[in-house]
Write a protein that binds this ligand. Sequence first.
Ligand code: SF4
Ligand code: SF4
Length: 341
Amino acid sequence: MEKRVIKKDALAGIIKNISNDMLVYAPVQDEDNVLFKVLEPGMEPLVEYANTKNAPKNFFFPQTETMMKYFRTERGRELAEVVEDAADAVLFGVRPCYARSFVLLDNIFDDPKYKDSYYIARREKTVIVSLACVHPPYTTCFCTSVGGHPMSLEGSDVVLTDLGDVYLAEFLTPKGEKLIEKMGNLEAADEALDAKKQELSDTAEKEIKSHIPANDIKPWLDENFENPFWDTIHRSCLACGTCTYLCPTCHCFDITDEVKGEEGRRIRTWDSCMSWLFTMETSGHNPRTSQKERWRQRLMHKFKYFVDNFGAVACVGCGRCVINCPVNIDIRKIVTDISKL
Ligand code: SF4
Ligand code: SF4
């Protein structure tokens, strides 16, 4: 693994330089929010920020995308697949929990049996550069309860750790190493910096204040599809979908056709299991009759079905659903309550 040192005040300039010849997605200030956006000329990437409002999953799995186009000809209907020519890109400034979310999403979109060419094309061309959480930003962070760590390397190509006056840059993958030459002359890092990083890592872990028994509830979920507990969590839910749209690991989508005259396109769009329409069948029958069934599905999918299928819970502990739910439904409390049953 290659390691280099980046001066603190040089990092934003380095990222802007890279954006001259590669697509760069970075956190930027947008009114009251910090959002991941494509870095356009004149835009300033944030290197000091707590966390972003949006999770960066949309760069590999956009909110809406065209899958294919079709048109009517004299020979009948013809299809034209839309194959995007993905550009070389850098996704800069993701937190370690998001980097880990891509490892979980790969199970869905890059499975040996089901290859999602749209997701894979962008994913393969993108270098993920993470900023380690030397100080986990929120009391709602619980990454250590779900297999993560505030300074985890999992899922990143490059990890930057703020050591005070410099960043330690660790280039973890061949894709990450290709960025070294684009970053200018960087000093090699000496071993003393590793020791400093380890100290910070231990402190960062202790700064995580929220702990939940996420790995203990599966046996209960396995046995309790029908349990009065499910009547207790959904009552205040507005079905707004905020928790699913902002979640870095939620990945459900709908596929619809839009037709105009002799032409049409097939699009896929993010969908949410919190919506009653999500399971509405053409006949009008809806197997999930109330928000109770929808909330049970959300919990079951993250803490049982995903574990059954892929061996990990589908939550990276970012706390975003906790912070942004308009009625304060807290997934940490639900998991903790289940663990006591
Ligand atoms: S804390 Fe909430 S938003 Fe974050 S990964 Fe877990 S379920 Fe998704
Ligand atoms: S954010 Fe809260 S209110 Fe909205 S769907 Fe999720 S749990 Fe329900």
